[in-house]
Design a protein around this ligand. Structure first.
Ligand SMILES: Nc1nc2c(ncn2[C@@H]2O[C@H](COP(=O)(O)OP(=O)(O)OP(=O)(O)O)[C@@H](O)[C@H]2O)c(=O)[nH]1
Ligand SMILES: [Mg+2]
Length: 492
């Protein structure tokens, strides 16, 4: 946190030497921060909020790098969207979501404007007249940041910044920022850091140069400016590239560890269920409801960023794992699909997807479609899906009916009231893959632990306690079948 304030224009005054140091320090900070444990405890909302900057104190840039500058300074924001197709309602929903995202990132939303255009302006995103208007709104409201509802090209970002004279960030940067604030595991943090660097790389504008300087035309975007700053940008970019390469190696190592864990689960043949769905749909609430696990639930977007895996049991006593996942969002930045492939892999690898959708949302169908797009993108198309229409307590009954009719394999539940949860548990039970081998064995009482395993991992068809031991008929996976054959006496 910083203690003095000055105008945004002061970003020009940052000396080159300072920036280099800051970047170095940042390198250190990055590698130090990344030491948490996977599946670690989720932070409390209050702890997270404590990390936020205090509004109004943070417009000077002396002690931050350009990367940090773009991430952390979302305080007093004006939203702007370009509305190209669809109804007014669509445009409003989109801006409302952007507002929710900005608030989740810790910003105070002062105002929002939407411009109707065929397509975004190639130079400044919104038209130049509208950009001037935006400048006036910024001045009136005292905003220090403009957030655009789309992904802007490096050139657009810089040109718009030159008009409105405050920091401009886009939807992608905003989502990255939220992910950076919320990621808790070592791997999650590394992935977000990598995605941020990837995003920033073409967008460095090189401090030390005048912000208002006329940019050279042409495809170079922010880097079009010639002069001493260019060398600096090159240095920064090289450092970032080096850092990214290191990060990629680290992530690859972490992935190996995770793969081993997953293979172990697979070897034990424990079926896995992944809870996927749009952000804020109630995935974590559902996980809590289904397993009684204490996972952070809050009315904020992207409350969950690290996959949490829990053990659960079907009503008939079969064990399975239930994994919570990162929320999806419309136009999930591509960097993030890449970055969160790990979570998505968990989804693709599971035996069943619980696709949770918020039935009380104004446009649940859109959310379903957005999530499916990502599921397709990560190649998880073959996994059976149950559509869980959540928040039935708050939803319009007509919307529920409509969804239940359109979605063939769906049911309505409320993670809050518990409505429909029993039916869901039963449905999970029928949908989980059945163990492959049917056995009938007499297990001596001295081998009681084997019987317990049959109950946990397999499916008991019948069980009889005889003088010699337990006569059990069940479906189990191959490994357990082999063990049972060895220890027991095959029935009949
Ligand atoms: N009315 C109602 N609210 C619910 C229900 N389930 C969850 N919520 C609320 O919806 C909000 C989001 O819940 P979460 O469980 O954090 O949602 P999530 O899908 O895990 O969200 P992210 O992790 O942020 O993607 C919280 O405020 C919950 O209390 C429900 O059945 N009914
Ligand atoms: Mg969650």
């Amino acid at each position: 946190m910083t203690s003095s304030s000055s105008l945004p224009q002061d970003r020009q005054s940052l000396p080159d030497s300072l920036r280099a140091d800051a970047l170095m320090e940042e390198d250190v900070a990055w590698s130090h921060e990344i030491d948490g444990e996977r599946d670690g405890e989720q932070y409390d909302r209050s702890e997270r909020a404590a990390l936020r900057r205090v509004a109004g104190l943070s417009t000077e840039l002396e002690d931050v790098t350009e990367v940090e500058y773009r991430q952390l300074r979302l305080e007093r924001v004006v939203l702007v969207g370009v509305w190209t197709s669809g109804s007014v309602q669509d445009a409003e929903n989109s801006l409302a979501e952007l507002a929710a995202l900005a608030e989740t990132a810790g910003a105070l939303v002062l105002d929002g404007v939407v411009q109707r255009r065929d397509k975004p302006d190639p130079a400044t995103y919104i038209g130049s007249g509208k950009a001037q208007e935006l400048r006036d709104i910024v001045l009136e409201t005292g905003a220090d940041t403009v957030v655009c509802d789309g992904e802007l090209s490096p050139g657009q970002l810089i040109h718009l910044e030159d008009v409105v004279k405050v920091k401009v960030v886009d939807r992608t940067a905003l989502i990255l920022d939220i992910f950076a604030q919320h990621a808790k595991s070592r791997e999650g943090k590394a992935q977000v850091a990598l995605a941020q660097m990837q995003y920033m790389l073409p967008r460095l504008r090189g401090w030390g140069q005048s912000l208002s300087r006329q940019m050279g035309g042409g495809g170079g975007g922010g880097m079009a400016t010639r002069g001493p700053g260019e060398t600096k940008i090159e240095t920064d970019r090289r450092r970032i590239r080096e850092k990214m390469a290191k990060m990629r190696r680290e992530i690859a190592e972490m992935k190996t560890g995770r793969d081993i864990k997953r293979q172990e689960r697979r070897r034990n043949k424990i079926p896995s269920v992944a809870i996927a769905g749009y952000t804020n749909a109630g995935k974590s609430s559902l996980l809590n409801r289904l397993t009684g696990a204490g996972v952070l639930v809050e009315n904020a977007l992207f409350a969950t960023l690290d996959p949490t895996v829990r053990r659960a049991e079907t009503p008939t006593g079969r064990l399975y794992t239930l994994a919570d996942t990162v929320g999806f969002v419309r136009h999930l930045p591509h960097h993030l699909v890449e970055a969160f492939r790990s979570t998505m892999e968990e989804v693709g690898d599971s035996d069943l997807i619980l696709h949770v959708v918020d039935g009380s949302h104004p446009a649940p169908e859109e959310q379903l479609a957005a999530v499916r797009e990502v599921i397709r993108e990560v190649g998880a198309v073959d996994v059976p899906e149950i559509v869980v229409i959540n928040k039935a307590d708050a939803a319009d009954p007509l919307v529920l009916q409509r969804l239940l009719r359109v979605e063939k394999h769906s049911l309505a539940v409320s993670a809050r009231t518990g409505e429909g949860i029993e039916r869901l548990l039963a449905l999970i039970d029928t949908e989980l893959p059945r163990p492959a081998v049917e056995i009938e064995t007499l297990v001596p009482y001295t081998q009681g632990s084997l019987i317990a395993r049959v109950h946990a991992d397999g499916e008991v068809i019948s069980e009889e306690h005889t003088e010699e031991g337990t006569l059990i008929k069940a479906r189990v996976h191959e490994e357990l079948a082999a063990e049972l054959q060895r220890c027991g006496t095959a029935g009949d």
